[in-house]
Design a protein around this ligand. Structure first.
Ligand code: ADP
Ligand code: MG
Length: 676
C-alpha cells in the first residue's frame, strides 16, 4: 500500500531508511512522489546528424581491436575502430585497459562520449556491449542525501512501482483529464520516473505541473474566501458627487488605467468586505493621485485614513503634496519618529479623538501606540512583503480597515498571482500622456568625462542631476563612504560653479530633509546619493541620472532609479556606467537601453534571474514548487487559476463527488503554512 513504510521494500535496512528520512521520504507514496530533478537522455542518431563537440551515443561493430599505449604513471590510452552505418569511426578511451579483452573484432558495442565530427572520432566515457534496445534511453537522475545514490533510488522506485501501481488513485475529476488530455495519475507517475520516450516525459510532467498549480491555486482561493468571510469590513458610504467633483478639481484628467483601478478600489470600499488589494503601476503612473482620491472618499464617509510610506523623507514629501491637494478642510498629521514630545502627544490625541482625518507616516505607524477612532482605509506604499504582517498587526489592534498596498515594482503576472494570490490586484499599465521617454545610455569608464561635461551643460540650462554612487558588495556600511568619496571628487571636478549635495542613509533625518528641500528648490544642482533616492522622490526639474556600477543592480532596481527622472516635460537622460563581466550583465544593460516599459523589464528580469531572486532573497513570498516552474509554465498557471476559481465559486469540492479525491489531497499538501 502507498501508506506503507519504505522499510517494506526489499533492501531497505536501517541505514537506507535513515537516508530516506533525511530526504523526507517515509512512505511508499513519498518515494513515488520524489521526482527526478533531471534526465540523462541518450538518443541514437545517424552519424551525419551528430554535432561536433556534443555528447553522443553510437552503436557499431568493432573492426579493428584495441591497441593500448601507456604514458605517465598508470595512465593508458586505448584505441580501436568501429564500423557505424558503413563508416569507420575511431574510438579513444582513457585508463580502461581492462576493456581490451571485451572488445574483440566483430563485437557489437554502444559507445557514449564526445564527438569529433572532423576526425570522425569519439572520446568514449561510457561503453556497453551490444546494441541499445531502443532508439532513446532516458535515465532519471534523483537528488539524494547521505550515502544513498541516484541509482539506488531509481531501483527502489522501480520496485515500488511494480508492487503499487494499482494503488495510485486518480485525484482529478475525469472531465479534467479529458479536457486537457492528461494522463491518469498512475500513468503519469510511471512516465515521470521511467519515460520510454520524450513524449511520455512531456505529458507526465505536464500533468504534475497542472496538478501542483491547481492545488496551490485552490489553497489560495479558499484562503481568500475564508478571509472575506471572517473579515467583515465597513461599508464606506461616501458621497459620489463630492468624490467626482474632487477628481474634477485635479489639475489633470485621469488616465483610463487610473480610472479603472479607482473604480475597483472604490467598489471594495463600498462593499461590506475588508479590501485586500494590491495596486501595481510604474513610477509616475499616478498611483499616489489615485490614493489621494481614495483617502478623500474615506474621509468623506466619516472615517480616518492612514498613508504609510517606507522612509521619513517620503512621508514628509507626501505630507506636503497631499496637504496641497486637500487644502484646509481636512486635518492632516505627519507622524514620524522625529515628531516628539508635546507635538507627538497632541497628534496622538487628535487621532484618538478623530480631530485628525488623515495620518501620514512610515510603515511602523500601525504597529506603534497610535489609537484610531474610526480607521477606514490604510494605504501602504512600497512594502516588500505585502499583506501578511501588516494585516496581522491591524487584526491584533482589533482594526479591520480596507487595505490598499501599492508598488512601483512591476511584478510579472505569474509571480503576482502566485505570491499575492489571496489579494485582488489592480494594475495601472499606462503613463499619463505627454511624458517623454527617458533616453538611456550604457557607457564605460573612458566616457565618464564626457558625461560629466554633459551634466554641466544640462545644469547650465537650468536643469538638475542625480548621481548614484558606487556600491561595495551590497554592504550599506561601505556605500555611504563611497558616496562621500564621490561627493568630494565631484566637488573637485566642478569647483565652485555648481552646488552639490550628498544624501545617504547614515545622515540624521533633519539633515536629509534639509538636503532634499535644497535640491527641490534648485539650491543644489547635483545630488550625489546612495540608493536611498530609489523610492518615491519627486523633483521634476531633475533630468539626468548617472548610475555608477550599474551592473550590480537588478533590472527592476535600475528601473526604479531611472524613474526619478523624466518627471517633468523636458527630455531626460539616464546614463549607466557599467563594465559587466558576464553575458547576463551585458544583456541587462542592453535591455535597459532598449525599453522603459517596467512590465517588460520585469519579465526579462524574471527570465534572467529566476523567480527565487526576483524579489530578493528570503522575502520572496513564493512557495517552493516541486515540478512547476513560474517562468515556463505560465500558461498552465492561468488555466489552473481559472479552474480553481471556478471550483471554489461553484463549491464543487463540497457538492460534487468527482471532486472528492481532490479535496482529500488538498488537505494533505502544504506549500507554505501561510496559506493553510
Ligand atoms: P506614482 O505615485 O505612481 O509614482 P504620482 O501619482 O506621484 O505617481 O504621479 C506622478 C506625477 O504625475 C505627479 O506629478 C502627478 O501629479 C502627475 N500625474 C498623476 N496622474 C496624472 C495624469 N492622469 N495626467 C497627468 N499627470 C498626472
Ligand atoms: Mg469595504
Amino acid at each position: 500500500m502507498l501508506s506503507d513504510s519504505v522499510v517494506t521494500l526489499k533492501g531497505v535496512g536501517e541505514k537506507v531508511k535513515e537516508d530516506l528520512h533525511h530526504m523526507d521520504i517515509y512512505s511508499i507514496e513519498d518515494l513515488l512522489e520524489h521526482f527526478p530533478f533531471r534526465y540523462d537522455v541518450v538518443e541514437l542518431k545517424p552519424l551525419h546528424e551528430l554535432i561536433h563537440d556534443d555528447q553522443v551515443t553510437i552503436t557499431g561493430e568493432v573492426i579493428y581491436p584495441p591497441t593500448v599505449t601507456y604514458y605517465g604513471r598508470k595512465k593508458s590510452r586505448l584505441q580501436f575502430n568501429v564500423q557505424v552505418d558503413q563508416v569507420t569511426v575511431k574510438a579513444v578511451m582513457f585508463n580502461r585497459t581492462f576493456a581490451k579483452k571485451h572488445l574483440n573484432k566483430g563485437t557489437t558495442v554502444t559507445l557514449t562520449g564526445k564527438w569529433d565530427a572532423h576526425r570522425l572520432q569519439i572520446t568514449v566515457n561510457h561503453y556497453q556491449l551490444g546494441e541499445l534496445n531502443k532508439d532513446v534511453a532516458i535515465k532519471a537522475i534523483y537528488s539524494v542525501k547521505g550515502s544513498i545514490t541516484s541509482g539506488r533510488i531509481a531501483s527502489l522506485i522501480n520496485q515500488a512501482l511494480k508492487e503499487n501501481d494499482h494503488f495510485i488513485k486518480e485525484i482529478l475529476p475525469p472531465s479534467y483529464l479529458q479536457k486537457y488530455k492528461i494522463p491518469s495519475r498512475s500513468e503519469a507517475i510511471r512516465w515521470i520516473h521511467r519515460p520510454e520516450n520524450q513524449n511520455q516525459l512531456k505529458h507526465g510532467r505536464r500533468r504534475f505541473v497542472y496538478e501542483e498549480l491547481l492545488l496551490f491555486q485552490l489553497k489560495m482561493h479558499l484562503l481568500k474566501q475564508r478571509t472575506q468571510l471572517t473579515n467583515q469590513g465597513f461599508e464606506q458610504r461616501f458621497d459620489e458627487k463630492k468624490v467626482t467633483s474632487f477628481i474634477n478639481k485635479m489639475p489633470f484628467k485621469l488616465t483610463e488605467a487610473q480610472e479603472a483601478s479607482l473604480v475597483e478600489i472604490l467598489a471594495d470600499m463600498k462593499a461590506p468586505i475588508q479590501m485586500n488589494r494590491l495596486l501595481q503601476g510604474d513610477v509616475g503612473s499616478g498611483k499616489t493621485a489615485v490614493a489621494s482620491i481614495c483617502l478623500y472618499a474615506t474621509i468623506n464617509a466619516n472615517f480616518q485614513g492612514a498613508f504609510m510610506v517606507p522612509t521619513e523623507i517620503l512621508a514628509e514629501q507626501h505630507y506636503d503634496s497631499i496637504k496641497e491637494i486637500f487644502g484646509r478642510e481636512i486635518n492632516i498629521a505627519l507622524l514620524t519618529s522625529s515628531v516628539k514630545g508635546k507635538k507627538r502627544k497632541e497628534i496622538l490625541e487628535g487621532i484618538k479623538q478623530h480631530d485628525i482625518n488623515l495620518v501620514i507616516g512610515t510603515h511602523s505607524l500601525i504597529q506603534e501606540e497610535v489609537v484610531f477612532h474610526r480607521l477606514g482605509l490604510v494605504i501602504i506604499d512600497e512594502q516588500h512583503r505585502f499583506g501578511v504582517e501588516q494585516r496581522k498587526a491591524l487584526r491584533e489592534k482589533g482594526l479591520q480597515p480596507d487595505v490598499l498596498f501599492m508598488t512601483a515594482t512591476p511584478i510579472p503576472r505569474t509571480l503576482a498571482i502566485t505570491a499575492f494570490g489571496d489579494m485582488d490586484i489592480s494594475v495601472i499599465d499606462q503613463l499619463p500622456i505627454g511624458r517623454k521617454e527617458v533616453e538611456t545610455y550604457w557607457i564605460k569608464e573612458n566616457m565618464l568625462t564626457r558625461v560629466l561635461e554633459f551634466i554641466k551643460q544640462r545644469v547650465d540650462a537650468g536643469e538638475q542631476a542625480y548621481i548614484v554612487s558606487p556600491l561595495i558588495e551590497e554592504s550599506e556600511a561601505f556605500d555611504y563612504q563611497n558616496a562621500i568619496d564621490l561627493f568630494y571628487k565631484l566637488q573637485d571636478y566642478y569647483g565652485e560653479e555648481l552646488k552639490i549635495g550628498l544624501l545617504h542613509g547614515k545622515l540624521p533625518a533633519n539633515e536629509k530633509e534639509s538636503i532634499m528641500k535644497q535640491f527641490m528648490r534648485n539650491d543644489l544642482q547635483i545630488l550625489v546619493a546612495t540608493t536611498v533616492i530609489e523610492v518615491g522622490v519627486n523633483v521634476p526639474n531633475a533630468t539626468v541620472m548617472l548610475i555608477y556600477d550599474a551592473e550590480r543592480f537588478g533590472l527592476s532596481q535600475l528601473h526604479q532609479l531611472r524613474g526619478r527622472v523624466g518627471r517633468g516635460d523636458r527630455q531626460s537622460y539616464c546614463i549607466l556606467l557599467a563594465d559587466p563581466k558576464g553575458e547576463i550583465g551585458k544583456e541587462r544593460m542592453r535591455i535597459m537601453t532598449e525599453t522603459t516599459d517596467g512590465f517588460r523589464l520585469a519579465e526579462e528580469d524574471l527570465k534572467l534571474r529566476g523567480p527565487g531572486d526576483f524579489f530578493g532573497k528570503k522575502q520572496s513570498g513564493l512557495p517552493e514548487f516541486k515540478v512547476a516552474d513560474l517562468v515556463h509554465d505560465y500558461r498552465a498557471l492561468e488555466v489552473a487559476r481559472n479552474d480553481a476559481k471556478d471550483i471554489v465559486e461553484r463549491k464543487l469540492l463540497e457538492n460534487n463527488l468527482d471532486f472528492k479525491q481532490l479535496k482529500e489531497q488538498l488537505e494533505e499538501v502544504s506549500f507554505d503554512q501561510r496559506f493553510d
